[in-house]
Design a protein around this ligand. Structure first.
Ligand code: HEM
Ligand SMILES: *[C@@H]1O[C@H](CO)[C@@H](O)[C@H](O)[C@H]1NC(C)=O
Ligand SMILES: *[C@@H]1O[C@H](CO)[C@@H](O)[C@H](O)[C@H]1NC(C)=O
Ligand SMILES: *[C@@H]1O[C@H](CO)[C@@H](O)[C@H](O)[C@H]1NC(C)=O
Length: 328
């Protein structure tokens, strides 16, 4: 009896140990990504992505913001696997019409353009998921943000899920701080990552429909800022829903730390921006980043690499799509 108990508890320990090892292997799947993955197979990929992103951003600054957001919305839904790029077909509904994406996410044509140039020199080698990741980094750099080495080696999904994209994994603009922290934590991202990544709202635009509640009903808002934004965003829903305002009230085309200064002045455009500075646990980070571009840049780079590491397909999982819009 004693012997039985002993062997049962030691095999229990072994099972628990095995589970810990398995969990660790699963969690560290991102170690398959590396900065030198294409060094032999497609060394020119980085310069191709850079040149196409550069011309797209020179043509329209906002495209840099759009490419960055494309990467975020790819990674938060079943990992950074280019699932967001799959077009709907009569028999398939992908992520493009999901709540946060429809009529909102842009940059798909730029990714197509990059992909066709890359396929011309290294056919079947570079994933769409890696192209999106590199393009996001280059966008940040061209608009004045920090630079870093992108880890690559992701593969593309063979499918996508509208249900997954609509399941609430993508945070909405009226989220409170605890919801934001939770949704980032669900992806393995810390509150520091949340604040640093939200700082990318230093570039780009949002539509009236996502900030209407904030400018008419929020209490934590500068009154003159609210008035100014109300001019092009009427109270009645349906009117002017697609009218744009810059996410950064000060320098919307420059990747800087003005976003955080806006929050301190109660001039965040989205409710989900302002909750980062509203007497809660993230106030001190907002204050730090508002004063120290070095701290912001350092934490942003860490967070961008972590976000790019969310559940990648590696090894023989997934595929290298020929056309980013459809499975092979
Ligand atoms: C913290 C939770 C977040 C919420 C609630 C949120 C919400 C939004 C919303 C509602 C818009 C405007 C969309 C529209 O009106 O069509 C937007 C734009 C944008 N978001 Fe976020 N976002 C979040 C985090 C992030 C992250 C993590 C990134 C990237 C790392 C990001 C990058 C951007 C960029 C660059 C734009 C401007 C896009 C453009 O002009 O095309 N956001 N976001
Ligand atoms: C997506 O947006 C278009 C307008 O751009 C609209 O006609 C369509 O109903 C929307 N689809 C969904 C699922 O919301
Ligand atoms: C935050 O929002 C969630 C979802 O809407 C809600 O359940 C929760 O009570 C809110 N938390 C706080 C602290 O307001
Ligand atoms: C603001 O709150 C009022 C009162 O609850 C509500 O009637 C209105 O629909 C809300 N939204 C806007 C944009 O005014």
């Amino acid at each position: 009896m004693v012997h039985f108990c002993f062997s049962s508890s030691s095999s229990m320990i072994m099972i628990v140990g095995l589970l810990v090892v398995l969990a660790h292997l699963k969690g560290s799947s991102s170690t398959h990504l590396s900065t030198d993955f294409y060094d032999k197979s497609c060394p020119t990929v980085f310069s191709i992505v850079k040149s196409v992103v550069k011309s797209a951003v020179m043509e329209e600054k906002r495209m840099g913001a759009s490419l960055l957001r494309l990467h975020f919305h790819d990674c938060f839904v079943q990992g950074c696997d280019a699932s967001i790029l799959l077009d709907d077909t009569p028999t398939f509904k992908g992520e493009k019409t999901a709540g946060g994406n429809n009529n909102s996410v842009r940059g798909y044509e730029v990714i197509d353009h990059i992909k066709s140039k890359v396929e011309a020199v290294c056919p079947g080698i570079v994933s769409c998921a890696d192209i999106v990741t590199i393009a996001a980094r280059d966008s940040v750099v061209f608009l004045g943000g920090p630079n870093w080495k992108v880890t690559v080696g992701r593969r593309d999904s063979k499918t996508a899920s509208l249900e997954a994209a609509n399941s609430g994994v993508l945070p909405g603009p009226d989220s409170n701080l605890s919801t934001l922290i939770q949704k980032f934590q669900d992806q393995g991202l810390s509150p520091t990552d949340l604040v640093a990544l939200s700082g990318t709202h230093t570039i780009g635009k949002a539509r009236c429909v996502v900030f209407r509640e904030r400018i008419y009903n929020d209490t934590i808002i500068d009154a003159s800022f609210a008035k100014k934004r109300q001019r092009r965003c009427p109270r009645n829903s349906g009117l002017g829903d697609d009218n744009f305002a810059p996410l950064d009230n000060k320098t919307p085309k420059i990747f800087d730390t003005a976003y955080f200064k806006n929050l301190i002045a109660k001039k965040g455009l989205l409710h989900s921006d302002q909750v980062l500075y509203d007497g809660g646990s993230t106030d001190s980070l907002v204050e730090l980043y508002s004063k120290s571009p070095e701290s912001f840049n350092k934490d942003l780079v860490v967070a961008m690499i972590k976000m790019g590491d969310i559940s990648p397909l590696t090894g023989s999982n997934g595929e290298i799509r020929k056309n980013c819009r459809k499975p092979n």
